[in-house]
Design a protein around this ligand. Structure first.
Ligand code: COA
Length: 256
């Protein structure tokens, strides 16, 4: 079965990340499928709202670490993840996310580009870029401090420890924390409400919330971070972190 499922019903496109045996870790092919689905939705008048979800148990363990290990040095900004992020960052229709279980790395940073986010009590968010010898991505270095303030952004990005949905709620990253079995239905219920509203009003409201000047800043920051991130993928700290994950051991950053 496909690892990214799409279904349109009554104006709502639901995109389901569907690779649960690998905790919904995102591969290059999956980013391509996600970008394709979003791009196709932009001009499809049958789609008025988009829901992005995993399952009741897992949202996404972030980028596939095997793909990180195998990324050629020359790949740079041509990696499909950046097409996905560009599409997501300026997507003109309401985006609703349903987040249960792990939401690691891009599993959390993509939420900064969603409009409404519902999290399960079992959600476990984290931004472990530093712990992987990497740096922030998805314009999180710009957007996270705007949402949660510098001190908390520094804590989440520098320590990279998992944080609770309650903290995410209090910090303004999610709209509500619900029982896991209520999260996907709540996202659908909200999407249905949005789908019944005038599409132009929603589009204009979204443009005003994220005006052109901010959108440009976000796209530039995605690219700036991506340059550094792509180079750091090939440096010793990241190589050690990936190898440690594959070998199911703690990384050893001594001397790095
Ligand atoms: N990339 C590739 N494979 C991944 C993965 C990832 N990001 N996350 C999980 N997997 C795989 C595991 O290797 C394992 O595969 P296996 O069954 O073949 O051994 C399977 O998914 C289940 O993962 P596991 O670690 O056993 O599940 P868990 O419930 O104990 O822990 C996580 C879940 C998400 C906390 C943990 O898997 C994790 O930390 N993953 C890495 C997250 C990460 O660093 N992402 C990159 C962010 S930039």
């Amino acid at each position: 079965m496909s690892e990214v499922l799409t279904a349109v019903d009554a104006g709502v496109l639901t995109i389901t990340i569907n690779r649960e045996d690998k905790k919904n870790a995102l591969t290059n092919d999956m980013y391509t499928a996600l970008a394709d689905a979003l791009e196709a939705a932009v001009d499809n008048s049958d789609v008025r709202v988009v829901v992005v979800q995993g399952s009741e148990r897992v949202f996404s363990a972030g980028n596939d670490l095997g793909d990180f290990q195998n990324t050629p040095a020359e790949a740079g900004l041509s990696r499909p993840v950046f097409r996905f992020l560009h599409t997501l960052a300026v997507f003109p229709k309401p985006l609703v996310a349903a987040v249960c279980g792990p939401a690691v790395g891009i599993g959390t940073t993509m939420l900064l580009h969603c409009d409404l986010v519902y999290a399960g009590t079992n959600a476990k968010l984290s931004l472990p870029f530093v712990n992987l010898g990497l740096c922030p991505e998805a314009a999180s270095s710009l957007l996270l401090p705007k949402v949660v303030g510098h001190a908390r952004a520094a804590e989440l990005l520098m320590l990279g420890e998992p944080f609770s949905p309650q903290l995410a709620y209090e910090a303004g990253l999610v709209n509500a924390v619900l029982e896991p079995d209520e999260v996907l239905p709540k996202a659908q219920e909200t999407a249905a409400k949005l789908a019944a509203k005038p599409a132009k009003s929603l589009r204009v409201t979204k443009e005003l919330l994220r005006p052109e000047v901010l959108r440009q800043q976000i796209l530039e920051r995605i690219d700036d971070e991506a340059q550094t991130f792509s180079a750091m993928l090939h440096e010793p700290a990241a190589r050690e972190a990936f190898a440690a994950f594959m070998e199911k051991r703690r990384p050893d950053f001594s001397g790095m």
